[in-house]
Each structure stands twice: as C-alpha cells, then as structure tokens.
Ligand binder design. Structure first.
Ligand code: HEM
Ligand code: HEM
Length: 208
C-alpha cells in the first residue's frame, strides 16, 4: 500500500504540505484549548501555565478561533485529496483486527520492518483513529462555538454539556496520538526525511 503512486515520491507534495500545516494548526488548537479550559471557574484539575497558548481566556479564544480556520481549510483540502486521489482507500484503509494484532506483536518484538512509503496495520489504525478524532473535534467545536446555529449538531452529541465533554475527550485522544507518533518517528527518523522532501517509496515487502 504505497502512500503514493509506485513511481512517485513516498508522500506526494500535497500530503507533505497538508500534514505540516495541519500539525501546526492542531498544536495551536491543543495549547489554546488548554488556555480556555484552565479559565473555567471550577476544575477537577488544571494544566501547567507553560502549556497555555494565549496566556489568558480572550487570548486563548483568539488563537483557537484563528487556528480553527487553518485547520478547517487544511482538513477540507486533505479530505478532498484523500478521496479523489484514492490515498485513503489505498493507504489508510482500515486494517483487520488480525492484521493489527500481528503487526503490533511484531513491533513489540522489534521485528516490524518499516518501508518508506508504506504504512503497516498499526499505523493505518492509528492514522484512521486520529483523523476521526480530529473531525469529531471540529464537529463538537462548531456545536459549542455556535450552539444556536448548530443546535442540531450538538443534539447529535447528546446536547451542549456532552458535546463539550466530547470536545475535551477528543483533545486527549489527539494529544496521546501525537506523543506516540513523535516517539515512533524518533525511532524511525528516516520517515521524517520522507515527510519533508520528495524521497522515493521503497519496494513493498508484503501486504498485511
Ligand atoms: C476546528 C473547530 C473547533 C472549534 C470551532 C472549537 C471551538 C471551541 C470553543 C468555542 C471552545 C470553548 C468551549 C467552552 O465554552 O468552554 C473550545 C474549547 C476547547 N477546545 Fe476547541 N474548537 C475546535 C477544534 C478543537 C481541536 C481540534 C482541539 C484539540 C485538538 C480543541 C481543543 C479544545 C479544548 C481542550 C478546549 C477546552 C475545553 C473545555 O474547557 O472543556 N478544539 N473549542
Ligand atoms: C501534531 C499533530 C500531528 C498529526 C495529527 C499527525 C498526523 C499524521 C497522519 C494522519 C499521517 C499520515 C498522513 C498521510 O499519509 O495522509 C502522518 C504521517 C507522518 N507524520 Fe505526522 N502528525 C502530526 C505531527 C507530526 C510531527 C510533529 C512529526 C515529526 C516529528 C510528524 C511526522 C510524521 C511522519 C514522518 C509521517 C510519515 C510516517 C511514515 O512514513 O511512516 N507528524 N502524521
């Protein structure tokens, strides 16, 4: 399952650009969301102040709503490209539970080979999961941002309070993915080069 056409680069230019624009927007959303969260009057816990983008409530909201437009445009472009080019169907299609447990077992034994331009079943499950969490965060975000206009949307999530909890839950899921993702990239630094420059895909070994 090449991440691009077999003759082309491992990650086509649009994917590389949209990945980095989206990653920057997501980091802004996480850290400005933390500023908004910390401003609530009664909290079970609060995040340390160095994690707060915008440093106070109005600043946090300004960052959150500005980065939202970047994420929104990037997300729509990525969705359109992924569907039209066949990238989602080819590279990020949901793997079977058997393939995930087989690749996970191989990874834990240090036997999972990584070929540039090919995603294993664990990666595919993680990428599909984080993309779903991002799109749910956008939908719940819209429903709590404009609760009157998007009342039907918050209704889908069980009402405003549940939509707000789901929004915070998505943030935790996305943040957990990002930590694991960056650790895996550090273990396989060659993949980073291919996400920055037009590196050729390696031949595929076997299809999980
Ligand atoms: C792109 C569409 C989004 C919109 C329109 C949006 C909108 C909002 C709004 C209006 C709030 C304030 C809620 C309140 O009254 O407390 C909020 C809070 C928050 N947002 Fe977003 N958001 C979006 C995406 C995201 C994303 C992608 C993330 C994380 C990756 C995120 C993380 C957070 C967090 C952590 C809070 C604080 C939650 C709380 O106080 O309970 N948001 N968002
Ligand atoms: C901050 C939020 C981030 C999100 C949501 C995210 C999400 C993703 C997704 C969905 C893919 C698959 C892209 C596709 O083929 O369509 C991907 C690939 C990749 N990401 Fe990220 N990413 C983030 C941050 C980062 C960071 C900070 C790094 C580097 C330190 C990074 C490095 C990579 C690399 C190297 C790949 C290709 C992996 C491979 O070829 O095996 N990402 N990322």
């Amino acid at each position: 399952m090449p991440a691009s056409s077999p003759a082309g680069p491992a990650h086509p230019l649009p994917i590389r650009v949209m990945h980095w624009v989206g990653a920057a927007a997501i980091l802004c959303m996480i850290f400005s969301g933390i500023t908004i969260y910390n401003a609530s009057p009664s909290l079970p816990f609060s995040f340390p102040s160095w994690m707060m983008l915008g440093s106070w409530l109005a600043g946090g909201i300004a960052w959150h709503i500005s980065a939202m437009w970047v994420l929104f445009v990037d997300g729509v472009a990525y969705l359109a490209y992924g569907v039209i080019s066949g990238h989602f169907r080819r590279d990020i299609r949901l793997p079977s539970p058997g393939a995930v447990s087989r690749d996970m077992a191989a990874a834990l034994r240090g036997r999972l080979r990584h070929r540039i331009g090919h995603y294993n079943a664990v990666q595919r499950a993680l990428y599909a999961g984080v993309l779903t969490a991002i799109y749910v965060a956008v939908a719940t975000g819209l429903s709590i941002w404009k609760p009157v206009q998007f009342i039907w949307l918050s209704g889908l999530f069980g009402g405003y309070p549940l939509a707000r909890n789901a929004h915070l839950g998505c943030m935790f899921a996305i943040a957990a993915f990002v930590i694991l993702h960056v650790v895996l990239v550090a273990i396989y630094p060659r993949t980073l080069v291919a996400m920055l420059a037009p590196v050729r895909a390696e031949p595929e070994e076997s299809t999980p």
